[in-house]
Design a protein around this ligand. Sequence first.
Ligand code: DNO
Length: 398
Amino acid sequence: MEQSWRWFGPDDVVPLQAIRQAGAGGVVTALHEIPYGEVWSVAAIKARKALIEADPSLGLRWTVVESLPIHERIKLGEGDLGPLLAAYQESIRNLAVCGLRTICTNFMPVVDWTRTELRHVLPGGGRALRFNEHEFAAFDWLMLKRPGAEAEYTPDVLARARDWHVRASEGERDVLLASIMAGLPGAFDRYDIPGLRRMLARYAGIDAAALRANLVRFLRAVIPTVHECGVRLVWHPDDPPRPLMGLPRILSGAEDFRLLFEAVPSPANGLTLCTGSLGAGAANDVPEIARRFADRIGFAHLRNVRKEPDGSFMETEHLGGDVDMVAVVIALLEEQARRQAAGDPGWRIPFRPDHGHELLDDVGKNAFPGYSAIGRLKGLAEVRGLIAAASRLRGLPS
Ligand code: DNO
């Protein structure tokens, strides 16, 4: 498997040298500064590539684009989409010209990954990302005051949400809003409460079926270009894999992926196996999803979560949560072996240690939430050990 590492570009507090020290060779990045819907020019892509390759002693290579974001109007199916679809296709062509072949994206409306706590203190002083159902309910029901929100939570969660809301200071409420909005680094909209209400209003008529139709419309328009360019578009699952704030989410589990690949069967239409996102869904058997959609997997995010009965979850150590990481890695190694036997020159699946705790000197460094240096280094090291052992014991190429 190809060890890689997410880097947010020149503003990332974790520098390229750290990637080398962690033992990864692949860089996962994006032109975060380019607003959604605008073309990524060949010049801009080349400049970022040159930065990654500037020090040959590091041996780094830009391997995966994460993400080439999809404009909200495409998800909404709003207005004339022609220019936005053309811009997306042009960016894909430009990326392909520069040698980039794996492009990750997602179809989550309004907000990307969502947590209520970005720095939950762990025993010993490390920090982790966490989703507290009652805090999210407090936000949705009592801060956003979304009509109908109350009916979507259990009485117990509502009682704890009210309690949290009564006790929370103005500052704590602001922190909750900022945590929920923190999902997307780079050039994107962050909403305040009135802005979020306006966005939700635009989605008022859009249920899961309508959103899915917009996804399929987008794919039918762009997949021919993706395919022609020899690129694979790999869909990141919803995180968490469930509707939020009344917004539908349609890439949350096996049935969603079945529908996606049935609607657009081209092999250029692929999957980012994000074990942590999928793992937060009570109904998701992640190793089973990995095996079932193995041939679609173009990229993997390996991390773990521990679910709690009320819908809350905690980001755990990479091998420590509910997801059977051993079984996932074996599924990926088996798929690699299949690709190698079929003569696919790109048989190695790129993966990155997704998120890490803030550990030791990470604390206070203000890295993007989840993207600490030492925490990810630890996650990568653990997964690397697992890959080495599993490949040796199963006789599979690593
Ligand atoms: C979170 C990430 C996601 C991911 C996008 C892909 O840490 O895994 O934000 O980059 O959803 O489009």
